[in-house]
Each structure stands twice: as structure tokens, then as C-alpha cells.
Design a protein around this ligand. Sequence first.
Ligand code: SAT
Ligand code: MN
Length: 590
Amino acid sequence: MGENKPANKAVLDWVHEVELLTQPENVFWCDGSEAENDYLLGEGCRQGVLLKLNQEKKPGCYLHRSNPNDVARVEQFTLICAPTKEEAGPTNNWAEPATMYGKLHGMLKGAMRGRTMYVVPYIMGPPESPLAKIGFEITDSIYVVLSMRIMTRMGAQASARLGEKPDAEFNRGVHSLLDINPERRFICHFPQDNTIISVGSGYGGNVLLSKKCLALRIASYLAKKQGWLAEHMLILGVESPDGKKHYVAAAFPSACGKTNFAMLIPPPHFAGWKITTVGDDIAWMQIGRDGRLYAVNPENGYFGVVPGTSYKSNANAMRSIERDTLFTNVALTSDGDVWWEGKDGDPPAAAIDWRGRPWTPASKEKAAHPNSRFAVPMRNNPVLDPEVDDPAGVPISALIFGGRRSNTMPLVFQAADWNHGVYVGATMASETTAAATGAVGQVRRDPMAMLPFCGYNIGDYFRHWLKTGPRLTNPPLIFHVNWFRKDAAGKFLWPGFGDNMRVLQWIIDRCAGRGGAGESPIGSVPRPEDLDLAGLEGVSPEMMRALLAVNPDEWARELAGQGIFFESLQPYVPEELLDEHRELAGRLGR
Ligand code: SAT
Ligand code: MN
């Protein structure tokens, strides 16, 4: 066990260098086998990194508790180490590569003494896809190895696919827990070297280097160079009762319901409609020979937010996480099961909270951390799309942008054309969530939900989007949605979840050249009669009007907010987007 060395000399040399630097007690080469998984799960339990859950209730399920100082991505310590600050752009933290390598190597010196260094080979994307990428993550965390096995196509197949060629491309990822000290926590990307170094954290997006680090930050940089798109988008299939199938990709910021949308169960009125999941977080998209946009999901699992997940909100996720799931920072019940706020049924009379302390329903603090997560193989998803492994990807009919907005943004609207759609994506905003450290609930601009994930200058990213439109002879239509609008009393106007099917149906109708809409200064907005609302409960006609309203005062503020955001990015904002801003101002009469 642990002897599965790849044949590629470049990998061996690099791993040897890292070994000399970090001085681990031993090196464990992962092969991704069942036997290895069993061994690592046992070892994780023995070391207290994992807790085995009740195997009768939750076969193959384990619980991990992270350090309470380490529960979310840390954007302030996430750096893009491009050769110049300009290349990282106005939205990224930047450090000069040589300086940062020096600093990180200093921190990594002897960092794995007495520990095992695991080498994890993995593939992102369907292996045969032209977009597929190979990475190796070196880590001293068993939790990372076990999570990578769920989240990626991990193991010997990756090394085999890389082959022996000395110039074969692979991502070099180095992760060390160090002493889990927030003062010595850095997530650093070297896009020009296809290298990532992460130290001082053991949590999610900071350490599963395949995910935000490679599949978004590094991949977005490669995508720009190579003419494709790496986006923070779910991908879902919609099949109508007549058997026609469409795919859409949707960008929402972290913890805004991408996983729920990707697994949506249509309400009873929509009998015969079927939603299938291709991906729940990341889309890699390229232009097909027919001029359409084609998307693959680079991942192999879901790293979803747990609180609020229930049979009512997302039965498919609940079914998925009944087995083979690695839970992080949820509560433990006395019968060895897991619990979280928003789970079906009554809270347990007593539990152990996410920090390992006794908890009862009378406790003031939450039992599960608001950013607690499940990691589950995508093959557990009962509505997994049959094309999920198609190397060519699935053709995208619509791109959807959205955020968490209490006001201003109607339930749905359609952009007039590609450039307007890029403007809508570039100016999108959302109220902040627990997925990143910092204040929760503040509106921040989050272009294409990529603010924390774009690996290069955001102005060039916008330009890359603008250039992609004309290359698509059959481009997807672009929409914006908001499930989170509230009334004056602060109550959500829209039930969301399964009822989002009503919005999705309208989007698909528009793609098929059907579906009515009213014209507004911000784009085409459906009138209530354009949406199929049969069987919708709890939404009065007045609420429906409020959901679809384009309020001039709110939009005056929104326009100003968008302008201030662009101002903050200058001199990098493309002229086309400034034109769009002026045109919107004109349409709003400002
Ligand atoms: O922690 S992750 O970055 O993997 C999840 C998220 O924030 O979207
Ligand atoms: Mn995400």
C-alpha cells in the first residue's frame, strides 16, 4: 500500500523536491483503490481526524470536525502570484512569485516531520475530454486525500494517463496543515507555473486544490489563453414531456443554492418534466463545431452546504448523502447519526455540536456550522445526467446569472443579446454568505460569481467573455434570476426550490422561441401570465407582481452601484461594458 509511484520523471523529481523540503516521515503514493480507501478511513479514525458514523443508518459515512478557526475559504489570504500585479488585476490579492515562493518554502521547511506525505494523482473532467486536466496534490492531511477521492477522478488512472513524457502538463499542488494557524494561512496560485501552494488550513476550498484553486483560478487563466471558459456554474438538463432536452449552466455565488437548483424536483403540476444534474459547482465550456457552447463538469463529487438540506428542500441530495459521505462540521446525535439545522423532523433532544461540545435545542449556538458541508460521489445522485461522462460535454441553451438579493432584482429577466448578457453577469451582486470568512448579508458585486475565483485580471476576463460571443454562431441566451426577493416585512416572496421549475420552464420556452415577455429597461421580464403558476401555493397575485417588478428607485440605486463597481476596476473595464452601462442609464431615463 502507498507504493503506487507514477512513471513520469517530472512528477517523481518534483515530489522528491517537496520531500526534501518538508521532510515527512514517509511518502504514501495513492492509487485510489478500495483497499487504500478502507485503510485511510481506519487510519483517519485512529488519529481522531474522522468519526465513524452509525454504519447501519449511514453506511460508509464519516464525520470530520475542522478547527473552529478554519471553517470557510479565506479570501484575504488567497493570492494570485502572477509576474505582475497588473496580471492579477484589481480584484485579486497579489504577491511577486519569487518572494512568495521564498516565504512559502520557508514555512514548508520541515513542516511534515513526523507526518506522512500523501501524493494524490487526479483527473479533472471526463478523462477522454480535450478539456480534461491532470493534477497531483501533495498533502499531509488524510481528510484531504479522502475528500479528493470523492471530489475528483483520483488514483492510478491519472498517473497512467499522464504517461512518461517529460513535458506532459500537470498541476503541481502542495498542501500542508502546518499548525492550522490563521496567521500562517495562505492559498497561493502561480498560474504561469500551473502550481498551487496552500498552507495553514484544513478546510474545503482552501485545501481541496482540485476545486476552486485548479478548476477555477488556474483553469480560468488557461481558458483565457486557450479560448474556452472555466466558470463557477452548475450544469443541469431539462427534459420536457415531449422528450426534448435542453441544458443550462448557472452561476450563483457560493451558498446561494447551486446544488439545490442542479437537483431540482419539479412540482406535481409539472408531471413529465425531468431535471438531471451534470454538475453543481463548476463548468468548463468550449465551442463545438456547430457553434454552440458545450459544457463538462470537471468534478466527480459534490461539496455541498448541509444546513437547510432536507427531503423537502432537496430530496435528491438527501438520498445522495445516505451513504459514502464525508460530513464536515455537522452535529453528531447520540445514535451515531448526523444532524443540522433545517433537517427534516424535530431536533434531537441532545447532540454534540460541530465543535464537539454538548448541545440541546435550548442552546443559543447552532449545532451545525452554517458552512458545514457534505462531500459525496456524484454517482450517488439519483438524477445524475446520463451524459455526465461525455467527453464532448453537453450543449448549453441558456446561461443564467443570479444572486441573493432582497430587493431590486426581479425573479427573472432575459438579456437583450450577448454583450448585454455579459454586462448583466459582470455587474451581478449578492448578499454575502458563510462560505467565506467575513460579514454575512452585505451586498457585494460578484461578477459571474467569479470574484473570488478569477485567476487573472478581471478586465481581461470580461474581454474574454465579450470575444467569446461572436465566436458562437449559435450562442446560448443569457438570463438573470433572483430567488431571494423579500417583501417590506423581510419575508421571502418566492418559495424557491422545486417551484424554480416555473422559471426554468420560461427560460427553456424563450430558448425555443416561445414564451411571452414584457419589455423593460433592464431586459425582457415575464408578465405573470407568461409563467405557468398552476398549483403554486402561497404567492398572491400582488406578490407575483412584486416579484417581477422593475422599480425605478431601486434601479436608480442599482445603476449607481454598478457604476461605482466599474469605477473601482478602472482602467480595466472594456469599453463595450461602459457602453452597456450608458445605454442602461438611458433606458432608465438617468
Ligand atoms: O469551500 S468551497 O470553496 O469548496 C465551497 C464554496 O465556497 O463554494
Ligand atoms: Mn462554489
